[in-house]
Design a protein around this ligand. Structure first.
Ligand code: FPP
Length: 259
């Protein structure tokens, strides 16, 4: 890819108003990737982490500001215990092994999802990843772990109800911004582009509120095979979409939030 001409990709080739500021990834297909090769599912997840590592590097080079990755959903606890254990171990290893590179690449890590039911060591690991990168100013890598969008919205509703009950808020003050401000993603712009790999075409309880005006892209490759060319093609696809946010005229990139 990129032998000159209009198909040239990469940061330099992106028109200033056409690149997504926030890309969110549903990294699907690890199990099928492994099954197709006669390998255990764990191997698919392990290769999935490698694909993630490369995608983070590409996101930095392509000028993406926010990258959200769906690493473990609230529903994933229902998988066999050995698969859950392997996913937890991979998360552990990813943070332990990669935090140095993330730090030196000026990446700030944020974690979204429910932490209440997490074991102390996982909770401490996530906290440490956030704290040691908090001052970084480059790419924000948002790891969705033990995440479910309905649960996130329910928690925001509970927080609002408690504020109303305490007399700190009037019901009439509750609007879309008030809800956004109480989500795990408070302060993070909504995703411009959500990519799901492996050909499935659904959101699976991922960023349901934040996805209101996101462009959706479903790509047929399984996550472990997702590479830089796929990422650049996704960004190029996004660059050719007209985003109108309910209005009539296309709205340039960077105007990402809408009401
Ligand atoms: C979906 O594939 C993928 C997951 C449930 C986990 C995604 C996790 C990783 C890529 C690695 C761990 C993440 C971090 C941040 C270390 P699937 O197992 O549902 O695939 P299938 O639909 O083919 O079975």
């Amino acid at each position: 890819m990129g032998d000159g001409g209009v198909l040239e990709f990469g940061a330099a080739a992106l028109a200033p108003r056409s690149a997504p500021r926030h890309v969110a990834l549903i990294m699907d297909g690890n199990g099928r990737w492994a099954a197709a090769r006669g390998l255990p599912r764990f191997e698919g997840h392990r290769r999935g982490v490698e694909a993630l590592r490369k995608t983070v590097r590409a996101a930095i080079e392509l000028g993406v500001d926010y990258l959200t990755v769906y690493s473990f959903s609230v529903e994933n606890w229902s998988r066999p215990p050995e698969e859950v254990q392997s996913l937890l171990a991979l998360l552990h290893r990813f943070i332990r092994n990669d935090i140095g590179e993330l730090r030196s690449n000026n990446v700030r890590v944020r974690v979204i999802g429910d932490r209440i039911d997490l074991s102390d060591d996982i909770a401490a690991l996530l906290r440490e990843a956030e704290e040691t990168t908090a001052a970084n100013t480059g790419l924000t890598l948002i790891v969705a772990f033990n995440y479910g969008a309905r649960q996130e919205i329910a928690a925001a509703a509970r927080a609002l109800a408690e504020e109303v009950a305490a007399g700190r808020l009037r019901p009439g003050d509750i609007d879309a911004d008030a809800i956004s401000a109480r989500l795990d993603t408070a302060g993070i712009p909504d995703p411009d582009l959500i990519i799901r790999t492996s050909g499935e075409q659904r959101l699976s309880n991922f960023m349901l509120w934040q996805a209101a005006y996101a462009e959706l892209l479903f790509v047929p490759v399984h996550w472990p095979d997702f590479d830089r060319a796929d990422f650049e093609a996704a960004i190029d696809d996004y660059a050719h979409r007209d985003r109108r946010f309910g209005g009539l005229a296309p709205v340039g990139r960077r105007a990402k939030t809408a009401s």
